[in-house]
Ligand binder design. Structure first.
Ligand code: URP
Ligand code: ZN
Ligand code: ZN
Ligand code: ZN
Length: 482
């Protein structure tokens, strides 16, 4: 692999902004300094550009069966689009099946990703029931696969939903084995009732997806998960937080010193409930769970990112075509596949709406879009920063460039873009993964299958550069746990 010198850019991390050159060797950052000599390296001119750590997207659903269909992006199209958007690591949700070995599901997710991923990736593991077999297998999966985060759904009754006993026992097991429990926090039982009530009343349009999942129910489930976490003495990460009620529960738990973390998504920051009322069934494109909220919740989310009550931004990329997939729910909103294509625009929306509009600082941006997820999910400092010894996963970002989002130009394998027409400031011009260009001057130069599977360190373990890919070999010094 050629040695590269990234010259003249402005390096931005979660804590610092400064002018320096970067020397990249063997896929890693070998040196940082002002006026580094080229010495045979390929020189890349970064004048006028920010040089940032590649985005770490902690929440994707690639090649996932859901809602009677399968997501439109697989690990090839999804990670290629991610790279175009400035993301160099994704952590995808591995679905498990009740009564089947966890290892079977993990093997299936390896098979989906291995020859396709363009950038590096890891897995979270879904837990839908706790049995003797699961309790026996779980420590091995955490250890051998480096899957150090477990996902429990408190919604999607009769599909993914787990009961509170399962959540509680997962929290206990996670505390014992050093994993982070992630929850989709909505009350699935109440939602199930509200959906049936709406359909019986003839309310079948997409907007009723939002009306049957009120924010109070997200707040209730979030508060329940926080309390169970306190009882278990464990750690919790709440995915896709959409509303003020949920933010308040997370903030309240954190103010009591609990190990609680919260993620929001770009769609909740810039879209709102009225998008579900778009005519000609177009509202189906805006069906997410939890749903888009009234516009007033957006400022609660921005404030929480600014103040640190929410720490990360996941895309929750879960793409379905409008034609043939979203359309499955014509005449019955409950059959609209939930989710949308967001992997490509997550990074730029946070920059444009956050930094360019003065809502968050440039260093906060890097923390939210990359560093914090790398830390929480056992990848730091291999991923999530610009430092000597870290992987050379870099975005060369032009803060002055402007673009208009459109499905015509995006790289996701889907026939619409929920942010269509949005004008964004800032553009990831080139993107490197482990020192190789995967996007160069907006042209794709990556190769499917080059992406590596990431074994992640246990929750709270401090990593050194040598062991970031190998939790088994790592030290487990508490860093995050209080
Ligand atoms: O609507 C959504 N969020 N779809 C993806 C699955 C999930 O709940 O994260
Ligand atoms: Zn969810
Ligand atoms: Zn999701
Ligand atoms: Zn270091």
């Amino acid at each position: 692999m050629t040695v590269k010198l990234i010259r003249g850019g402005t390096i931005v991390t979660a804590s610092d902004t400064y002018r320096a050159d970067l020397l990249l060797r063997d896929g890693r950052i070998a040196a940082i300094g002002v006026g580094l000599p080229a010495e045979g390296a390929e020189v890349v001119d970064a004048a006028g550009l920010y040089v940032m750590p590649g985005g770490v997207d902690p929440h994707t659903h690639l090649d996932m069966p859901f809602g009677g269909t399968v997501t439109a992006d697989d690990f090839e199209t999804g990670t290629r689009a991610a790279a175009f958007g400035g993301t160099t690591t994704v952590i995808d949700f591995c679905l498990t099946n009740k009564g089947r070995p966890l290892s079977e599901a993990v093997a299936q997710w390896h098979a989906k990703s291995e020859e396709k991923a363009v950038i590096d990736y890891g897995f979270h593991l879904m837990i839908s029931e706790i049995t003797d077999e699961v309790l026996e297998e779980l420590p091995r999966i955490i250890e051998e696969e480096g899957i150090t985060s477990l996902k429990v759904f408190m919604a999607y009754k009769n599909v993914f939903q787990a009961d509170d006993g399962t959540l509680y026992r997962t929290l206990l097991s996670a505390r014992e084995h050093g994993a982070l429990v992630m929850v989709h926090a909505e009350n699935g039982d109440v939602i199930d009732y509200l959906i049936r009530e709406a359909l019986e009343a003839g309310n079948t349009d997409p907007i009723y997806h939002a009306k049957t999942r009120p924010s109070v129910i997200e707040g209730e489930a979030t508060g329940r998960a926080v309390k169970l976490t306190a009882l278990a003495g464990s750690q919790l990460y709440v995915v896709h937080v959409t509303c003020e009620e949920a933010v308040r529960q997370i903030a309240e738990g954190r103010s009591r010193g609990l190990d609680i973390w919260g993620e929001t998504c770009p769609q909740y920051l810039v879209l709102d409930e009225t998008d579900l009322e778009r005519p000609d069934f177009q509202g189906a494109k805006y069906v997410w769970s939890p749903p888009l909220r009234e516009k007033s919740h957006q400022s609660a989310l921005w404030n929480a990112l600014k103040s640190g009550e929410l720490q990360t931004l996941g895309s929750d990329h879960c793409s379905f075509n409008f034609k043939g997939q979203k359309e499955l729910g014509r005449g019955d909103f409950s059959r609209i596949p939930n989710g949308g294509p967001t992997i490509e625009d997550r990074f730029s929306i946070l920059y444009s709406e956050g930094v360019a509009k003065g809502r968050i600082t440039l260093n906060q941006f890097v923390d939210i879009v990359s560093t914090r997820s790398a830390k929480l999910f056992g990848l730091f400092p291999r991923k999530g920063t610009v430092a000597v010894g870290s992987d050379a996963d870099l975005v060369l970002f032009d803060p002055a460039a402007r673009r208009v989002v459109s499905a015509e130009l995006h790289h996701m394998n889907v026939d619409y873009n929920p942010f269509e027409g949005m004008e964004l400031t800032g553009l990831p011009v080139s993107v490197l993964s482990r020192g190789e260009f995967v996007v160069r001057d907006r042209v794709f130069t990556g190769v499917p299958g080059r992406g590596q599977y990431l074994k992640r360190a246990r929750y709270g373990a401090e990593l050194t550069h040598g062991n970031a890919g190998s939790p088994a070999a790592g030290t487990t010094q508490p860093l995050l746990q209080g």
